[in-house]
Design a protein around this ligand. Structure first.
Ligand code: TYM
Length: 350
C-alpha cells in the first residue's frame, strides 16, 4: 500500500534503462540514494524501456533486461510493496505527456544536450529521432507525477535542467488556464530537484579514469556489473588501471590522479564513509594493499545483490506480476494529472 503523499516530505521519481547490465555506477550514483529515500518520500521507480529503444534493442533481450533491472531494484533494497516499481511502457501517459512537452520544448534546448552528442557520435544523421528527443520523454516521466525530487548520477544534471525549463515554460505558456483551473500559486508542474549526492556521483571506468563507467563500454573489464560473481569482481579490481604512487593522506592529493580518485570514491561509497575517512585509513598504502581491501568490500556488498537478482529472475511470472501491480498504482497517480494537463492545453474530452 502507498501511504498518502502528505505523510512524506515529497515525491521521488527516477529510472534506469534496461539496455544492458547494470553497473556499479548505476548502483552508487543512483540506487543507493533510491533505497535511502524510501522512508521519507513517496517513491516511484521506473524501468524506462521506452528510453531503451532509442538505441536498437533486440526484443527478446529487452524483455529479459526489463525483468532483470526490476529484479536489481528489489535486490538492492527497493521494497515493491512500498515504493511503486513498474516499467514505463505500461503507463501510456508517459508518451502522451511527452508529446505535449515536444510542443513546449524548443529545438535549441535539445541541440545543447551533450548526451545526445556523445551517444550519436559522428553519425548524427543515422541516430533515431527518439534518441534526440530522449530528454523530453524524461521530463514527462518526472512531471507526470509532479515529482519533487529526482535522485540520479551526475551525468543526468543537464537533462534535469531541461525538465525544469519545460515545467517553467508550461506554467508560463498556460498561465491563464492554470489560474482558471484553481492553481492560485500559478504552478501546475513543480520544479523537480536533482538529488546528486554521495562520494560516487560519477563512477569512472576501471580502464580509464577520465571516462564514465558505462554498460555500453566495449570492454567488460571497464566496469563491475551487478551480476558479476566474486572472482570476476576481484579480477576486475586487481586489473584496474592505477598509477605507481602510494595513496595520499588527503583528498587534495587525488586531484591529478583520476584512477586513484575513482577507486577511493568507490571504497568510500561502498563503506558509507567519506573519501577523507578512507584516506586517513589508507594514506601511504600502495595499491597492492588497497586493491585487495577494495575487492573484498565490493564482493561483500555486491555478491548478495547478484545472488538475489538471479533468484528473482528465475521467476519471470512473479516479476511481471510485480511490474503490473506497480503500473496500476502509477496509473492511478498519473491519470488525474494528465487529464488536467489536457484540459489546460485545450483538448476536448476526458
Ligand atoms: P541510465 O540507465 O543511463 O542510468 C541510470 C542511473 O545511473 C546513473 N549512472 C551513474 N552514476 C554514477 N556513475 C556512473 N558511471 C553512472 N552511470 C549511470 C545515472 O546518472 C542514472 O541516474 N536518463 C536516465 C533514465 C531516466 C530517468 C528518467 C532518470 C529516464 N527517465 C526520469 C530520472 C528521472 C538514465 O541515465 O538512465
Amino acid at each position: 500500500m502507498v501511504l498518502p503523499a502528505h505523510a512524506y516530505s515529497g515525491r521521488v521519481f527516477s529510472g534506469m534503462q534496461p539496455s544492458g547490465n547494470l553497473t556499479l555506477g548505476n548502483y552508487l550514483g543512483a540506487m543507493v540514494n533510491w533505497v535511502r529515500m524510501q522512508d521519507d518520500y513517496e517513491c516511484i521507480y521506473c524501468v524506462v524501456d521506452m528510453h531503451a529503444i532509442t538505441m536498437w534493442q533486440d526484443p527478446a533481450t529487452l524483455k529479459a533486461s526489463t525483468r532483470e533491472v526490476a529484479a536489481a531494484y528489489i535486490a538492492c533494497g527497493i521494497d515493491p510493496t512500498k515504493s511503486i516499481l513498474f516499467n514505463q511502457s505500461q503507463v501510456a501517459e508517459h508518451a502522451q505527456l511527452g508529446w505535449i512537452f515536444n510542443c513546449v520544448a524548443r529545438l535549441g534546448w535539445l541541440d545543447r544536450m551533450t548526451q545526445f552528442k556523445d551517444k550519436a557520435g559522428k553519425e548524427k544523421e543515422r541516430a533515431s529521432v527518439g534518441l534526440y528527443d530522449y530528454p523530453v520523454l524524461m521530463a514527462a516521466d518526472i512531471l507526470l507525477y509532479r515529482a519533487t525530487h529526482v535522485p540520479v548520477g551526475d551525468d543526468q544534471k543537464q537533462h534535469l535542467e531541461l525538465a525544469r525549463d519545460i515545467a517553467a515554460k508550461f506554467n508560463n505558456d498556460f498561465k491563464a488556464e492554470i489560474a482558471a483551473a484553481g492553481h492560485s500559486s500559478g504552478i501546475f508542474f513543480p520544479q523537480p530537484e536533482p538529488v546528486i549526492t554521495g562520494p560516487a556521483t560519477r563512477v569512472m571506468s576501471l580502464r580509464d579514469g577520465t571516462k564514465k563507467m558505462s554498460k555500453s563500454d566495449a570492454s567488460d573489464m571497464s566496469r563491475i556489473n551487478l551480476t558479476d560473481d566474486a572472482d570476476t569482481i576481484a579480477t576486475k579490481i586487481r586489473k584496474a588501471k592505477t598509477d605507481p604512487e602510494a595513496l595520499p593522506s588527503e583528498v587534495a592529493g587525488l586531484s591529478t590522479r583520476p584512477e586513484a580518485d575513482n577507486l577511493v570514491g568507490i571504497f568510500a561509497a561502498l563503506s558509507g564513509k567519506t573519501k577523507d575517512a578512507v584516506l586517513s585509513e589508507f594514506g601511504g598504502a600502495t595499491f597492492s594493499t588497497f586493491k585487495p581491501a577494495l575487492a573484498d568490500l565490493c564482493v561483500a556488498k555486491l555478491a548478495p545483490i547478484g545472488d538475489a537478482m538471479r533468484r528473482l529472475v528465475a521467476d519471470p511470472a512473479e516479476m511481471d506480476r510485480i511490474l503490473a501491480n506497480g503500473a496500476e498504482r502509477a496509473r492511478r497517480l498519473a491519470t488525474p494529472i494528465y487529464r488536467e494537463t489536457k484540459d489546460i492545453v485545450g483538448f476536448v474530452g476526458g
